[in-house]
Design a protein around this ligand. Structure first.
Ligand SMILES: Nc1ncnc2c1ncn2[C@@H]1O[C@H](COP(=O)(O)OP(=O)(O)OP(=O)(O)O)[C@@H](O)[C@H]1O
Ligand SMILES: [Mg+2]
Length: 501
């Protein structure tokens, strides 16, 4: 039987053991933060149209059913003056239909635009008129110029560096776009419009916001004086369908063999860390690893902005909180890890360790809370160890380096290191076992690696996954805990390993 078939069989068995797991809705995850009254529109957010239907109203920012712009049409300068006039006229309108959304809104905007044009004795080409209506609707019931990017399922990230600089990530590639804001004030106004319904504020005294949209997308906004060249906005879009293990295999992020090992490792309660650079897919892989946890285990997840979407029912999701405007009320990841230990967790999953919480996490892993999972930012498995050491020092614990390393070595069993390659693909480049200590040094042993072999057509990275031939020292633990792996998993180079993607 091939490894792929075995994987399918194991999946079927697991589903049979825990029916309902696949159907259970992401327990406790999708809700947004508690609704709070949006703060008043700040001064300086020029060009706003107070009283417009939908402005600042989270209910009105759902998907718009507007005609998408013609795909390959060359960018036309946006008629901001006309759009502003139109928005002002619509704001002043006391029409009972004023709160309309979707098609009704579009019809109303179109009618008002026709009135304006007729009064001014002007005409516009149909395509230009459509542009103006579309842009105005995005202003009223969406998040302004970036709304079509948010609606586009092919785009995974929207990055606004300034009014004239909007980039997106599409299929792993970063691309510039034609999207423009009117000016800094317009961009700032859009940022306010995004964060206000989330109960968050952003201004000079608190110029940074990390939040989550109701659909789960992660938003970061940072404005002057911290952002020197003007407001910057980053939206990591939430895919409607989170990637599963099959998707990671299909995308060539890992092989079925690696999938088998990871499933067994999580099932046998090994402690694992996913490491990698920014945007390399750590959280996505953590979510997939978490999906291997049984339905009967009590899982506590801890994140800055809740991104994980676990399908199990027995999940408690905790989210850290920044300080309020008066500087009070901060609840750090660290506090939540300590609290989680009192919640009788079977598994603790920390979205990302960045600071002192690393020590609490290691201690938890070393004191019976095995099977814990987390991610950390690092450029290689070895560098991850240095970073963890530094993080432990950030906790304020005055531990000698050797003691910290011993903590790390006895806590962590497995490192899954991931990279975003030059061609935009995400690959698990190392599956590495943390074997123990030799003298003062932690010993690492790669089990699987991804070898880059060059570029195809100067674009696509050519490479292959390769087992190193090393049988992990934790194999007996896996077997003792009922996780049997094929004998040849760690040395046989299969077609899937050689192919990559
Ligand atoms: N295996 C994958 N294949 C293709 N795209 C992926 C994969 N994993 C993640 N992505 C996409 O890459 C983007 C970043 O993913 P993710 O949030 O998991 O990365 P991250 O490493 O946790 O980022 P950060 O460093 O910002 O926390 C998302 O848009 C996600 O959909
Ligand atoms: Mg992440």
């Amino acid at each position: 039987m091939s490894i792929l078939q075995r994987l399918a069989q194991q999946q079927a068995q697991q589903q049979a053991q825990s029916p309902g797991q696949a159907q259970a809705g992401g327990a406790g995850f999708a809700e947004g933060p508690p609704a709070a009254a949006p703060p008043p529109t700040p001064p300086g957010a020029g060009g706003s149209a107070p009283g417009l239907p939908g402005l600042g109203d989270p209910g009105a920012t759902g998907p718009l059913t507007l005609e998408p712009p013609a795909a390959a049409a060359p960018a036309r300068p946006v008629r901001w003056e006309l759009i502003l006039q139109l928005l002002r006229r619509l704001a002043a309108d006391s029409d009972p239909e004023a709160a309309a959304a979707g098609d009704a809104l579009r019809a109303r905007v179109r009618r008002t635009l026709d009135e304006l044009l007729a009064e001014a004795g002007q005409t516009l080409a149909r395509s230009e008129r459509d542009d103006v209506v579309r842009q105005a609707c995005y202003e009223i019931a969406g998040f302004g110029p970036i709304q079509p990017l948010l609606d586009d399922d092919g785009i995974t990230e929207v990055m606004v560096n300034g009014p004239e600089d909007v980039f997106v990530e599409r299929a792993g590639h970063i691309e510039p776009t034609d999207v423009r804001f009117r000016d800094h004030a317009h961009l700032l106004q859009t940022i306010h419009k995004i964060v206000a319904p989330l109960g968050r504020r952003i201004d000079e005294s608190s110029p940074m916001v990390d939040a989550r949209l109701p659909d789960g997308s992660r938003v970061n906004a940072i404005i002057p004086p911290l952002a020197v060249r003007g407001p910057a906005l980053t939206v990591r879009k939430f895919s409607r369908q989170p990637l599963g293990i099959d998707d990671l295999v299909a995308r060539g992020t890992l092989t079925p063999e690696i999938a088998l090992l990871l499933r067994a490792a999580v099932g046998a309660r090994l402690n694992a860390i996913v490491s990698g650079g920014t945007g390399s897919g750590k959280t996505t892989t953590l979510n997939v690893l978490s999906s291997f946890i049984g339905d009967s285990e009590r899982i506590v997840t801890i994140e800055d902005a809740a991104e994980l979407r676990l399908q199990q029912r027995h999940v408690v999701s905790l989210e850290a909180r920044p300080a309020n405007a008066e500087g009070h009320g901060r609840v750090a990841i660290r506090d939540l890890v300590i609290n989680a230990l009192r919640m009788r967790p079977d598994r603790i999953i920390v979205g990302e360790v960045r600071g002192g919480e690393a020590l609490d996490m290691l201690q938890a892993m070393n004191t019976g809370h095995d099977g814990s999972l987390t991610t950390a930012h690092a450029n290689s498995p070895r560098e991850l160890l240095y970073r963890l050491e530094t993080m432990v020092l950030l906790s304020g614990a005055e531990l000698p380096a050797r003691a910290i390393r011993e903590q790390i070595a006895s806590a962590i069993d497995l490192i899954v290191h991931q990279s975003r390659l030059r061609d935009g693909t995400r690959r698990v480049t190392h599956v590495t076992e943390l074997v123990g200590m030799e003298g003062d040094t932690i010993t690492l042993q790669d089990l699987f690696i991804y070898e880059q072999q060059g570029l195809e057509d100067h674009q696509r990275v050519r490479g292959r996954f390769r087992p190193t031939g090393v049988v992990p020292s934790f194999l007996p633990v896996l077997e003792a805990r009922g996780q049997r792996l094929p004998q040849d998993l760690f040395w046989a180079e299969t077609a899937s390993a050689a192919g990559g993607m």
